[in-house]
Design a binder for this molecule. Structure first.
Ligand SMILES: [Zn+2]
Length: 143
């Protein structure tokens, strides 16, 4: 009977050390912040029923630009949600119109809320005409 054990059991395949590049990269604070910003702005877009067909691509464009921006200036990571909200607001103004419309002022010309702080953490939508903080970015749907 021919032996089938002639192959030494030192197949290099078995010795292979797991390549660390195969591991999923840990999620960086930047990616977490971008993910959160995307979720917040999407929630506000859904809450205000924005119908512009390419609104998601507008937001993704902003995410790409802000990723680059935070890579240059890591301290700005907390500001990403407010900045993405403003980027989307600006893009929508050209493609769709004012967004988000103020839900506070019952009379007068329709006007958009603005993000405050423009460059800071914990961004909110505010109405400058009424001088009130309307909702946190991401919370327009809870009004
Ligand atoms: Zn207002």
């Amino acid at each position: 009977m021919a032996s089938s054990d002639s192959t030494p059991d030192d197949d290099p395949i078995d010795e292979r050390v797991d390549d660390p590049r195969d591991e999923p990269a840990p999620i960086s604070p930047l990616e977490r912040a971008l993910h959160a910003a995307r979720a917040l702005v999407l929630a506000d877009l859904a809450a205000r029923e924005v119908v512009a067909a390419d609104v998601v691509s507008m937001m993704e464009e902003s995410i790409v630009q802000r990723r680059w921006w935070v890579e240059q200036w890591p301290e700005g990571v907390e500001y990403v949600a407010g900045l993405v909200a403003q980027d989307v607001q600006d893009a929508l103004l050209e493609a769709y119109g004012r967004w988000p419309l103020c839900p506070v002022c019952a009379s007068g010309d329709p006007h958009a809320l603005e993000v405050e702080p423009e460059l800071g953490p914990d961004p909110h939508w505010v109405c400058h005409q009424a001088g009130v903080k309307v909702a946190a970015v991401g919370n327009l749907g809870s009004l």
